[in-house]
Write a protein that binds this ligand. Sequence first.
Ligand code: LRH
Ligand code: MN
Length: 397
Amino acid sequence: MTQFQSATFEFAANALDSFQIEIPSWGFANTGTRFGKFVQAAAASTIEEKFADAAEVNRLTGATPTLALHVLWDLPNGIEDVSEVKALENRFGVRSGSINPNLFQDQEYKFGSLCNPSESIREQALAHVLDSIEIARALDSRDISLWMADGSNYPGSQSIRRRIGWLEEAMRTIHDNLAPGLRLLVEYKPFEPAFYHTDIADWGMSSHFARMAGPHARVLVDTGHHYSGQNIEQIVAWLLHTGMLGGFHFNDRRYADDDLTLGSIDPYQVFRIFHEILVAESDGLQLDVAYMIDQSHNLKGKVEAMVQTVVTAQELYLKAALVDREQLAVHQQSCDLVAAEELFRGAFWEDVRPLTVAWREARGLPADPLAALRASGYVERIALERGSRLGTVVSYA
Ligand code: LRH
Ligand code: MN
């Protein structure tokens, strides 16, 4: 290996050693669209199976030590389920990650949860978030990741400003009850399931609620939660500049919140996001950004899609790490547009796979995680174990 190659490898290894991304328990479960759900025999439906699949992804990629949990889906008995989850953490060597309250499926939440005109329903929603904080405290999680479906479908049917007031009140109470060391991540989404207004629809609204909630609240950017023409990396630059960036839900989309696998439609988008973060870090900003995946694998094999996603994320992160940011700043300052673009895009064109393979081999990981998954027979084995309980396909109506 030439000196340049070993220097590049050292650099790449540091970048990949530092890169960890959290995977969602719901990414292993049978999910669908409103038009139906195509069930997979190998899908996970118990918290034990979700930890088992997460451990397999971490074994193959070395980059996913934590599993995001959705409270009502993964701890249906609330705090009572914590001891079982702790046992699974020890058994599978994967820790619980962000705790996601469920404020969107109860019948009472038809007109909203924390923004519902009914005080008793707002209190019910708040109680669920406070229970989620107790679960996070017991599991030593770092983040409460809050997304709400709250909004309305028809102009004039709800008071947007009154709902802002109720949510501000709730956010203050939630923040005041955060356990030490726990953060509140406020996720925004422009529409769906509400199709006229959504109470936390964009980064400005999310920043407002996080800022007025208190110092331990930040904004969560789900890459699928933007209108198609929006410049997401510019939003990221603003959140970095204002100190409000808490984390990401990575996925990809062609149209709306499609929750497709990261980098399947626009890998350059994720590269541009990672670049903004790496520039901020090299400019000395103290960052604490949670990288998480939020996808639903309706057609691809679930474990395979998760491994593919993590490998893609590692490659895109390394490409962004390879940008010569010092030289880029020179081109930017001298407005040498083409030189800047060629340098920037050049890093994106770089085939970093030989570097990621070398890093995996150096870390005792399989050189090709997807091939290793197939060779392991893991999916076939769990399909046999889990397949027998498959029910009938449920349709939308
Ligand atoms: C909402 C969302 C949110 C999760 C859900 C699974 O679209 O992105 O982060 O609660 O997906
Ligand atoms: Mn999300």
